[in-house]
Every structure is written in structure tokens, then in C-alpha cells.
Design a protein around this ligand. Structure first.
Ligand code: 3EB
Length: 342
């Protein structure tokens, strides 16, 4: 199949579009599940699938500020409570935005996740694969607790209350800070259960010691799932080894350490599949940089790692945003789509 360079295909149908032109072509497709705009508002889809704008600042020079997800079958859209979603019965994309309404972020996170689990409990696609969390003022402290830590309490409580795995077997995720507005969570879920993967260089986030907050974050380092082809969702990844953040103040060194972690996760996924299905230069990355002034340094390290004339470099998205630990200057997430099984 002669696909545009920035699509990541499963079988006949692409899963993920990362170029503006390709996303345009998918826009009116009956298979479109949803679009996410990094700091830009995407147009609504003809089939009613969600269109989410996340409040980060796109950085100049990237291929596309849109990410469009597609299913293999015809999609139906709906809402349940505050959640908008779309699904073909195999894969489901959804989103929710909630105000704190004076009850605080912990409560807001718990309500957001409870509402999402109500959608997943309807049956078709019960297994969450990947959550993207956009948390206003993530590093601000209120009531003596950093807001990211408040978020972690509410998120974990929702997982426990729903009887969903909050430790081993948690979905992949990222948690990114925004300059204000509402808590925004979007997610992919599937009919098929994913395999949760961990990074042997890092303590599992759900086992972080309480130095990082009273309740640990609820996510696995990656999720691997068969969607007609093997698909790998790599969680937000940073310069953390063991449970400690490394290379304080040095965005270049943090980016290099992050790539050691990303390489390790790719190796873990390939070992699980028993074949070199995923490679660094063929993933779709989003790179979050805390300080816009570090963007060029981070991009240079990114391109040193993935190459300049690669699908990864062509499809990469860059945004300025806060990251969940104040000392982290860069966080990189990725999605990989393997060749379809024949
Ligand atoms: C880390 O490794 C960095 O709270 O959902 C990465 C991915 C991070 C996901 C989350 C947080 C989350 O702990 C932060």
C-alpha cells in the first residue's frame, strides 16, 4: 500500500494519522474515531467522533499539530454523562473535560475516571489501552500538596472503586501540565485486553515510594495490543532511573536518558513478540518540552536518536508544556504500529 509518510497503518486501514493532509483526508471517513489538536482546535467530524483541543503550546517546525485515530470498521459516536466517545466495536476513543467546581482536583480526577469507566463498563471495549491526562497547573501546590499528587490520589481511587487494576496491568498514560482551564482526559480502549509492559531500568510508577506523593501514579510504562497488527503505546517517558529524576537542569542529557528508556521499552516489546516489530525510527512521537528555550536542544537530541530522514522525524509533534515532576524538562511519548499479521 502506498501510504503517505506520516500514517501508521494497521491492516487495510491506518490507525493513526500524523500529517495535516492525511488527517484532512480521514476527516469525513466513516472510520474516524477522533482527532486531538495540540494547542489547536480540530474541526468536528462528520460522523460525530470527538475532536479535542489540548491546551499546550505547539512549537514551530513540526509536521502536524493534529493526531487523528481511525478504526477498521464503521464508527458510531455517542455520549455518556460528560464523556464523548466513538467506536467501531473493536476500538474506542473518548474524551472528557471537567471543571473542578470548587471541590478540588482530586475529586475532579476521580469523577473524570469514574465517568470514563462507566463508558468502558458498557461492554464493547472494556479494556483501556492508553490515557492522555492534561492537568491545569500540574506543579502548583494547594493545601500543601502538589496538584499532580492530588490528581494521582483521585485517579487511583477511581481505579480501585471500579475494581480495575491500579498496579500491575494498569494502562499506559501520560500526565501533562497546562496553563489553566479544565482537567482534560482522552483515551483509547479496546475489545481485546492489552499486555502491560514495564521498564527494567525504572521502578514501576505504581510502586513509587511515598516521597513522590501519598498515592502512586496509576500507569504502566507501555501497553502492547493486537489491533489486527501489533500496536505499542509507550507512556510519557522521562529521565527517570529507578525512581529518581536525573540530569537536573540539563535538557540535552535528560533527552538522551529518555531515549535509553524508550529503547529499553522497544526491546521489551520486541522480546515479548519474539520479533523486531518496533524500532526507534518508526514510532510516532510527541515531545513535550518544559521551557521553550530548550526546544532546539531537545530537537537536536531527538533527531540524533531517531534520524532526520525517518518516519519518526517526519511525524514528530513538539509542544511546550509542564511535566509532572518540576525538575523534568522533557517528556516523550510514542505509538508504534507493527506490520499486520498475514
Ligand atoms: C514518570 O515516569 C514521569 O501520571 O500518568 C509519565 C507517564 C509520568 C505517565 C502519569 C506520569 C504519568 O513518572 C511522569
Amino acid at each position: 500500500m502506498n501510504a503517505p509518510p506520516s500514517t501508521f497503518e494497521t491492516t487495510a486501514a491506518p490507525l493513526l494519522f500524523r500529517s495535516a493532509a492525511a488527517a484532512d483526508a480521514a476527516h469525513d471517513s466513516p472510520q474516524v474515531l477522533g482527532t486531538v489538536g495540540l494547542g489547536v482546535t480540530p474541526p468536528r467530524h462528520a460522523n460525530g467522533a470527538p475532536a479535542v483541543a489540548v491546551q499546550v503550546k505547539p512549537l514551530p517546525g513540526m509536521a502536524a499539530a493534529f493526531e487523528t485515530w481511525c478504526a477498521r470498521g464503521v464508527v458510531a459516536a455517542g455520549t455518556l454523562g460528560p464523556v464523548s466517545f466513538a467506536s467501531d466495536g473493536e476500538l474506542l476513543f473518548g474524551c472528557v473535560e471537567l471543571d473542578e467546581d470548587g471541590h478540588g482536583l482530586q475529586d475532579c480526577a476521580q469523577r473524570a475516571y469514574a465517568a470514563i469507566f462507566a463508558v468502558l463498563d458498557r461492554g464493547g471495549c472494556p479494556h483501556p489501552l492508553r490515557f492522555w491526562n492534561y492537568v491545569p497547573h500540574i506543579n502548583a501546590v494547594s493545601g500543601e500538596l502538589e496538584r499532580y499528587r492530588q490528581f494521582n490520589i483521585g485517579r487511583q481511587q477511581a481505579f480501585l472503586a471500579a475494581g480495575r487494576p491500579a498496579f500491575e496491568g494498569a494502562p499506559a498514560a501520560c500526565a501533562i501540565g497546562t496553563q489553566g482551564g479544565r482537567l482534560s482526559v482522552h483515551f483509547l480502549a479496546a475489545k481485546r485486553a492489552p499486555t502491560a509492559l514495564e521498564n527494567p531500568r525504572q521502578v514501576s510508577a505504581y510502586r513509587y515510594p511515598t516521597d513522590y506523593g501519598p498515592r502512586p501514579p496509576t500507569f504502566s510504562r507501555a501497553a502492547l495490543v493486537d489491533l489486527g497488527a501489533p500496536v505499542l503505546f509507550i507512556s510519557g517517558t522521562a529521565a527517570i532511573v529507578g525512581h529518581r529524576s536525573l540530569h537536573a537542569g540539563d535538557a540535552a542529557a535528560q533527552t538522551r536518558e529518555t531515549f535509553v528508556n524508550l529503547r529499553t521499552l522497544i526491546d521489551v516489546a520486541n522480546a515479548r513478540l519474539g520479533a523486531a516489530v518496533f524500532s526507534l525510527e518508526r514510532l510516532a512521537y510527541t515531545v513535550y518540552v518544559r521551557r521553550a528555550a530548550d526546544a532546539d536542544i531537545v530537537r537536536a537530541e531527538f533527531e540524533a536518536a531517531v534520524g532526520t530522514d525517518t518516519p519518526a522525524a517526519r511525524a514528530a509533534a513538539y509542544a511546550q508544556a509542564d511535566i509532572c515532576r518540576a525538575e523534568l524538562l522533557v517528556e516523550i511519548e510514542a505509538t508504534g504500529v507493527g506490520a499486520p499479521a498475514r
